[in-house]
Every structure is written in C-alpha cells, then in structure tokens.
Design a protein around this ligand. Structure first.
Ligand SMILES: [Zn+2]
Length: 473
C-alpha cells in the first residue's frame, strides 16, 4: 500500500447538509415535490455597473444564448424563490442550528452576521448568486488520530434542483432553492484516507446529535479536497457512501502520481466520484469565489442573549457512553436505542422493567424477526411496545412470550393477548402430570413433544423440562 505521508497528501472535507426547518429567507416549507407548478422562462442579461464595468463571466454566459425555465410549485416556492421579492429576515431556527454546530465543533462565533452573495452563473439560483454567511470559524475536532481544524461553519441556502438540460436550455425546479444548509469545512490537515472517512463520520454524528437536520438521499453532500506534492488541489464531489471514501482517495492519489510520471500539464480542477470508486473530470476549478455583500439583508449582531438562548445538545457519542453506564447496555445496544425516543419513554414509564430488557425488545427482537422469520417491521408501532410492557408489568404475559407476540404483530398488525396469558404453574404441573400418565410407556422425547405442543410460549421451556423430570421420577 502507498505511504500517503510520503507524497505529502493533504485532505480537507467540505460537508453540506439540509436543515429540517422552513426555508432560509421565506416561510415556504423545505419540501421537494413532484408537482412542476407554473413555468417561468428567463434569459441572462449582463448589465454594466455604475462604473461601466461588465462582468466577463456573465458576458460569456450571455453569449451562449441559453434560456432557463423555472418550475414554480406553489406548495414550496413563493416570490422570494422567484427573485421577484426581496428575502425576508433570516430563519431564526436555522441560525440557531448553525450556532449549535459551530459550538459543538469548538469554533469561535462571529460577532456580526453578514450575508454575502456568491456568484453562481449556471442558473441554479434565480438571483445569479447564492447567499451564505460565516457563523463559526477557527474550530477543531479531537480524534484518536489527532486534531483536525475546522475552518468554517457557514449558513447557506440550497440551490434550485436541475430537472432537465439540453444544449440551448435548462430547467430547474424552485422547491429546493432556499432550503437552509450548513456548510462545515475542515482545514487541509488530514493526511490519511481512513482518517478522512472518520472525520466525515464524526461531523455527521455531530449534525445528527442536534436532531435538526434532514436525512436520506440528497440531503447531504460531501466533497473532498486533496493535493499531493507536485499536484495542485483537486476537488472531488459526489460521495454518496462514506464507506468508499478511503478507496476513492487512494485511487485518486494513484491517478495523480501517474499524471506526474507521464509529465502531464497539471491544473487545479473539479472531479466527480464514479460508481466504481474512480473519479472523472467535471470542470476547471472556479477562481476565487466572487463575493459581494448581500445588500437586501442587513448585518446583525450575535448577541450574548441569543447565544445564551441556544441550548447546546450533548453529542450522540457522549449520550451513548452514559447509556452504557446508566443502564448497563452493551455499546451496540446503546448506539441503537440512542435515537429511539420510544426507549426513553418506556424506561421512564415502566420502572419495574430493567432498561436492558426494554432495549433488547425494541432493538434486538425486531432484528431477529427480520432475520429469522423474514418478517417486515412496518406494522410494528411504538404503541405496540407500550401495550406489551404494560401487560408485562402487570404480569398479564410472561417474558417468554414477547418474541411470539411481536411476531404476531408483524404478521397481522395486532395481537390476541389472551392467547399469551401466563398459566398458573400449579395448574400446568397438574396438566403435565396427566399427559405423562396418559402416555405411560412412550419415550421421553415423545412425551416432551406432546407437552411442548400445548405449553410452548406460556411458560419458560426450562421450567417445563424441570416439571417433567420431577413428575417422571
Ligand atoms: Zn418562498
């Protein structure tokens, strides 16, 4: 394997994730829709500034003579997305979320929030720019492999969603435009492909700990910046699966080394990840970001009051450790119940039942039903667990029948608890005795089979064996 330190490998990450709240500069909900809505057609016109200057990139784009169609679904876009109305004041929940993330990543918090306009000329923003503001800077993450710096935590708006592109025109839908995004960028201090993955996972864990982000395909975008000695920075976009990150980076380093060996002309550029973990050329690296002050949104101070108002949540990793200690859960079980609110509700409600058993029932047993009986879990709801533990606490069912009960719920969507009533042990003992008497002369296994048929799930199997042995004496 390559020794990456020898090549001076430097890796930096840039992670974007959508927040679970309404849009950043209007009150439209942050939802994607299948409805294209009405269509707005536009064309880019480069205008001269007061000083008579013209933006060359804008002039170049205009020269292409393309037009753009914006689809405007009314359920998730308004005149703000259409750029026919100025932005409203910033979404406070989104701002708080950015502050929380900045704090959790040990950042310094900016005194004043200034939204900037980052020029975007691919039509993905109706205004021709993306609004972005630095919230935290100069932070760090501590990991077993060393400290990694956090350069910035920014609050941004997502771009419109590209639906279709032809030579002369492009179609975007406005539903995604304006969804609040966090952008976390690390310094280029990672020198090991596996460490890069761990850092991305750590940042993902931090975001998840806040409970304020969307999850699922398309809600997260992770880019990797990398360079080696003698090769300028390359940005690799489109990591879908973190597991493949180290492999993609290793392949990319080999590609760079090959380019150097072959004496190719080397230039900074952007690449994208391919399904086979290689990368392909996407476009040249954009020049230094063209930033302008957003004059429609007044700058505002991050006051002490606001900072005090923001509650910083515990990290998921810390919470898991506490669960292990407090409830005697295995690390695996602690990790699994961590995000299951129902676990904490049940532990609080059913104090006579050990949390470890509750964790097993809600996290392990459903998995067993999937793997052993190939059952789907969509019928199993939190209310079912609550009923089940209530019956357990009142001794109306026994622990031995829990798996059978869950199985029936998964199959039918409900369960007949009468079937699982624990039977009086003395009564069972008598009945077992009767069966043994009736089967006198039959083999032990035959008698056992007869008995198990009748009592399985009602009392502990070990108990049955015990009774049989006692009676058979
Ligand atoms: Zn809107």
């Amino acid at each position: 394997m390559l020794d990456h330190k020898e090549f001076g490998l430097k890796i930096g990450l840039e992670i974007h994730r959508q927040m679970e709240t309404h849009k950043l500069f209007c009150s439209c909900p942050s939802i994607l829709t299948d409805n294209p809505g009405i269509k707005i057609m536009r064309r880019l016109i480069a205008t001269k500034s007061e000083l008579g200057e013209e933006d060359v990139v804008a002039r170049y784009e205009m020269g292409k003579n393309r037009y753009v169609t914006y689809e405007y679904p009314e359920e998730s876009s308004c005149l703000v997305e259409a750029d026919d109305e100025p932005p409203h004041p910033v979404n406070k929940h989104a701002l708080e979320t950015a502050l929380i993330v900045a704090k959790l990543l040990n950042c310094k918090i900016t005194d004043e929030v200034h939204f900037m306009r980052k020029q975007v000329l691919d039509y993905s923003n109706t205004s021709g720019f993306q609004r972005s503001s630095l919230i935290g800077f100069d932070g760090y993450i501590e990991t077993p492999k060393g400290k990694v710096s956090i350069q910035g935590v920014c609050l941004e708006e997502d771009a419109a969603r590209k639906i279709k592109e032809e030579k002369d025109y492009v179609t975007y839908r406005l539903d995604r435009l304006g969804i609040p995004l966090i952008e976390v960028s690390t310094g280029p201090d990672i020198d090991d492909p596996d460490h890069a993955k761990e850092i991305a996972e750590y940042i993902g864990m931090v975001l998840k700990s806040t409970g304020r982000f969307k999850s699922g395909i398309g809600t997260i975008r992770q880019d990797v910046n990398l360079s080696i000695k003698g090769y300028p920075r390359v940005e690799v976009k489109g990591f879908q699966d973190l597991r493949s990150m180290p492999k993609v980076i290793r392949n990319e380093v080999e590609r760079m080394l090959n380019d150097i060996k072959e004496g190719k002309k080397l230039q900074s550029h952007v690449r994208k990840v391919e399904p086979d973990s290689t990368t392909s050329y996407l476009r040249p690296m954009p020049g230094a970001a063209r930033l302008y002050v957003e004059s429609d949104i007044p700058a505002f101070r991050i006051t002490e009051h606001l900072l005090n108002e923001v509650k910083i949540p515990e990290l998921a990793t810390e919470r898991a450790l506490k669960l292990e200690k407090e409830y005697g859960l295995s690390p695996q079980l602690a990790k699994e119940v961590l995000t299951r609110d129902v676990f904490f509700v049940l532990v609080d409600k059913f104090k006579k039942i050990e949390p470890n058993f509750i964790a097993k029932v809600i996290a392990e047993m459903p998995k067993e039903l999937q793997s052993r009986y190939n059952l789907k879990l969509d019928k199993l709801k939190d209310e079912h667990f609550e009923d089940l533990f209530r019956k357990l606490e009142r001794n109306e069912i026994s622990r031995n029948s829990v798996l059978e009960i869950l199985k029936e719920i998964c199959e039918k969507g409900n369960v007949d608890y009468d079937k699982f009533k624990p039977v009086d042990e003395n009564k069972i003992e008598k009945e077992i005795f009767e069966i043994i008497k009736k089967n006198k002369g039959a083999s032990f296994n035959a008698v056992m089979g007869e008995i198990m048929k009748k009592f399985r799930g009602k009392i502990d199997n070990k108990k049955i064996v015990e009774i049989v042995k006692k009676e058979a004496r």
